[in-house]
Design a binder for this molecule. Structure first.
Ligand SMILES: C[S@@+](CC[C@H](N)C(=O)[O-])C[C@H]1O[C@@H](n2cnc3c(N)ncnc32)[C@H](O)[C@@H]1O
Length: 399
């Protein structure tokens, strides 16, 4: 076991600055970058750091060891020391979202060890994640670089980047939902309480989201003095859950933007084209909303966004359109599955959305709702797209 590994397992109590921070600094200054995985640290100490990476090695980092070994009964004073140790590791460039040999992130381990989402240690990892994501965007000249899957290892840079998708996060490259073009030409199937791709059984929409859609429909009318005089837009029809809730409010005008031919056919079959207050915008929002914007006559009280196989970069593009379409008192909301594969990523993206909409003079307020009991067992779909038992519902409006 390396000296660093030993130190991070908290062999002596109480944890004091003298014992830990000083020694940690000393060890790191002697030349072991904390971005090294533990296997690499061990190799370094044995003078083998130039040898080829072991393909079997996990990405267990010193921060994982620290989070995994954290005593559940740590006192406030001890936690302050641990926070300092984390600061030191981050200063030396530690990554926030590596997955260890048990497929766990630092955030997962902290939560397991009693450090809740409001704890200083967990919040420190969130802060590191937000900084890393924003820095990465800067480095990429403003573009967000997405890899093929969440937590994929970017081996040449020794870093890991999360790929938040707006809905189904792609982990298997063969998921139909991973690519908008493929998705839009894939046959869909409405089954009991689900909309899935026919061949691959990728989940497009599921009725466990019903209560989220009800809440979202209410949110869209938040700024309107009279719902019956309001004009709202929903992007992505899916199973029409939110649109059904919107119709219950009988708004003056209800736009629905939908791109998939099978979904449009279902909308026709179910009479959505005949509803007097509904206008269907057929096609991708990237095409149809710009026309609406150019038209210059539509101003919206509420906009909801819930598509599939799009990335956070698409949401950034959408913000540009939204500010042109929404009334000053209007509200924007979206299905918030950004990074919902894992609590730590979900929290990082919660914050990133806040920062991004601030740039447009908008504010994002979240309501946290518990959804654990609603979550399905995911047996009939290829992969779960939501793994947190709570949901951050966003309400975005001008400040
Ligand atoms: C998850 S479903 C929406 C579910 C909906 N919120 C509900 O309550 O049932 C996503 C929908 O967005 C549609 N979609 C995907 N990409 C789109 C795009 N670029 N523009 C418009 N619609 C899109 C999909 O075809 C699908 O019907």
């Amino acid at each position: 076991m390396s000296d660093l590994h030993h130190l991070l397992t908290f062999p002596t109590r109480p944890i004091t600055s003298d014992v830990y921070k000083t020694q940690l600094n000393h060890l790191l200054k002697s030349g072991i970058p904390s971005t090294y995985t533990l296997e690499q640290v061990a190799a370094f100490e044995q003078g083998k750091e130039d040898e080829e990476d072991d393909p079997e090695a996990s990405n267990t980092t010193p921060l994982h060891i620290l989070a995994r070994s954290l005593p559940k009964d740590a006192t406030t004073e001890e936690l302050k020391v641990v926070l300092n140790m984390m600061n030191t590791l981050f200063e030396y460039g530690a990554g926030w979202n590596f997955l260890d040999y048990e497929n766990k992130s630092i955030g997962d381990l902290l939560l397991e060890n009693g450090q809740g989402r409001e704890s200083d240690l967990y919040k420190r990892v969130v802060e590191a994640g937000v900084s890393a994501e924003l820095l990465l965007r800067k480095v990429n000249g403003g573009d967000i670089e997405f890899l093929d899957g969440p937590m994929d290892v970017q081996e040449d840079e020794g870093n890991v980047e999360e790929t938040p998708e707006t809905k189904e996060t792609v982990i298997d490259s063969d998921l139909t939902a991973s690519d908008p073009k493929t998705y839009l030409s894939t046959e869909l199937e409405y089954t009991d309480g689900k909309l899935i791709t026919k061949e691959n059984k990728d989940g497009v929409m599921m009725d466990w989201e019903d209560s989220i859609m009800k809440l979202a429909a209410d949110t869209l009318f938040f700024g309107a003095t009279n719902p019956k005089e309001a004009t709202v837009l929903n992007i992505g029809f899916g199973m029409g859950i939110i649109d059904t809730y919107i119709q219950e409010k009988n708004p003056a005008h209800h736009y629905i933007c939908e791109a998939h031919p099978d979904v449009l056919a279902k909308m026709k079959q179910d009479g959505w084209y005949e509803k007097p207050n509904v206008t269907i915008l057929e096609g991708k929002w990237q095409d149809t909303l710009n026309k609406l914007l150019d038209d210059g006559s539509v101003f919206l009280d509420g906009i909801y966004y819930d598509t599939l196989s799009e990335h956070y970069q698409d949401m950034l593009d959408l913000y540009d359109v939204i500010v042109g379409l929404i009334k000053p008192e209007g509200v924007f909301s979206f299905f918030n599955g950004l990074g919902a594969d894992r609590p730590i990523c979900y929290d990082v993206y919660k914050r990133i959305v806040e920062l991004d909409v601030n740039n447009y003079g908008m504010n994002c307020e979240y309501t946290t709702i518990q959804i654990g009991k609603q979550l399905p067992d995911w047996n009939d779909v290829k992969r779960s797209y939501y793994n947190c038992d709570y949901y951050y519902h966003p309400r975005i409006s001008f400040m």
